[in-house]
Design a protein. Structure first.
Length: 279
């Protein structure tokens, strides 16, 4: 007895459904081989730190929205150039700062818009992943060296301090750019007693405008016990015929900054004050 045969149209329909199901189920594995949803979620967390805010323990995370791409990486010769200072060896992507309490997310701040034209990848946030070492200059981008770089511990980004001197070390410096040549620029992000939501710190005059300064200037303000003045751009730097400094102070959570510009003499020394502006 012959087996009953399916109509041709029905056979093709069954085959099409099976084939479509196979394609759909295999697509994620083709994009992310060997990466389970749990591993993918873990790989998106760049850094996680514990912090106490107003007596309450919290967890802060730097979290990528999409898998980051190499930026100023060891496989790229540009990592040794000035625009990669502080970013090498790094990675870029869309980045958020997330606050959690008792395992529950309570706040999220988009950090990507805070990175400007002075960062290596416009439209993306860039974080250093591991620091270049002397051997990298000798080995270049060899496979063995790249493997060792990937195996290194990640550079810590969130180092909390009391930059605005309100008595609470609930903020950290975040590099967002580089000035010629190799001057690391950045902002300070966190919360304060007066402003308890995540934000980039501004000045008393412009509280909603992120104050961008060199890393060493933020460090000087952090350590200061009173008003200080730091040279921002000296006479002769990149043939500059002016010298700029910053008069800084931070008291009870209020940051004040004044930028002053001086002319330079023929001998390369600071001359007369040309102008000043409160930031």
């Amino acid at each position: 007895m012959e087996r009953p045969r399916l109509p041709i149209w029905l056979g093709w329909a069954v085959f099409s459904l099976l084939f479509a199901g196979t394609v759909v189920s295999s697509k994620p594995h083709a994009q992310l081989p060997g990466l389970t949803p749990a591993k993918l979620a873990s790989s998106m967390i760049r850094e996680e730190q514990k912090i106490t805010v107003n007596g309450i323990p919290e967890v802060w995370r730097l979290e990528w929205k999409t898998p980051p791409k190499s930026s100023c990486g060891p496989e790229d010769d540009s990592w040794e150039t000035c625009p990669c200072t502080g970013f090498a060896y790094g990675e870029s992507g869309q980045l958020d700062l997330v606050r959690s309490t008792r395992g529950r997310e309570v706040e999220r701040l988009e950090l990507t818009p805070l990175f400007g034209n002075d960062s290596p990848n416009q439209g993306a946030a860039t974080l250093q992943r591991s620091e270049p070492q002397e051997k990298g200059l000798q080995e270049g981008g060899s496979d063995a060296y790249l493997a060792r770089v990937r195996a290194r511990p990640s550079v810590r980004i969130m180092r909390f301090g009391d930059y605005n001197h309100d008595g609470n070390p609930t903020e950290f410096f975040l590099q967002t750019g580089v000035e010629p040549c190799g001057k690391i620029l950045g902002i300070v992000v966190g919360v304060t007693l007066a402003r308890r939501h995540l934000h980039a710190f501004g000045t008393t005059l412009h509280p909603d405008k992120p104050l961008v300064m060199q890393k060493r200037e933020w460090k000087a303000l952090l350590k200061a016990s009173g008003p200080i003045t730091v040279v921002d751009w000296p006479c002769g730097d990149h043939r500059s015929d002016t010298e700029t400094d910053l008069a800084l102070s931070a008291t009870n959570g209020r940051i004040q900054a004044v930028r002053r510009v001086f002319g330079c003499t023929e001998t390369g020394k600071r001359g007369h004050l040309l102008r000043k502006r409160a930031l």
